[in-house]
Ligand binder design. Structure first.
Ligand SMILES: [Zn+2]
Length: 190
């Protein structure tokens, strides 16, 4: 009875949806990567919940304030809203790597929080990003991890935790996720 209903795609922000400006602290610096808006739209149209998951250690480093971050996320949400898209949850980790928090990717704190908010079944969900910590998050929460080659994706070393798929950009990642999820559903016993 406690079974969660929705599948979701957890999506990284910098280098995946928008250009990675390095500790962005000004909404004017929000620049969408080509194909990312159509990708989000396609995922939503295919029944996926959309969750933003972003490590923002710039807050811990005093390079970005919570207010600036909120202004950036308002801008992001505003542009998406003009395109008929909304995030079901927008999560960020304000901590630095040395703070040992439960939310910094690849830890699953942000995924658990969003899972409660949007009734998400993590085992049938995906995480997409340009870092291996995004791939790691997807695997840690029991779903799949997709690496995109935008942002710093090209320089990531895959090592032990291989991505379930590597995509040129978020649009190609979205296409793969939709196909993969449809195959999984067909394979379910009746
Ligand atoms: Zn954290």
């Amino acid at each position: 009875m406690d079974k969660k209903k929705n599948r979701a795609v957890f999506i990284d922000r910098d280098g995946t949806i928008i250009e990675d400006r390095g500790y962005l602290n000004d909404p004017e610096g929000v620049e969408f990567i080509e194909g990312s808006i159509p990708a989000l739209k396609m995922l939503a149209q295919n029944g996926f919940k959309l969750v933003l998951v972003t490590n923002q250690s710039g807050i811990s480093r005093n390079l970005v304030t919570h207010e600036q971050l909120n202004a950036i996320h308002d801008k992001l949400a505003g542009v998406l809203s003009l395109n008929g898209i909304r995030f079901d949850a927008m999560e960020y980790c304000p901590h630095g790597p040395e703070e040992d928090c439960l939310c910094r990717k690849p830890n699953i704190g942000m995924a658990l929080s969003a899972s409660k908010k949007a009734d998400i079944d993590l085992c049938v969900s995906y995480c997409v990003g340009d870092k291996m910590s995004d791939v790691g998050l997807g695997k840690k929460f029991g779903g799949k991890g997709v690496l995109v080659l935008t942002g710093s994706g090209k320089n990531e070393k895959t090592g032990e935790a291989m991505p379930d798929y590597t995509a040129k950009n978020l649009y190609e990642a979205a296409k793969w996720i939709i196909t993969d999820a449809a195959q999984k559903q067909r394979q379910k016993p009746a």
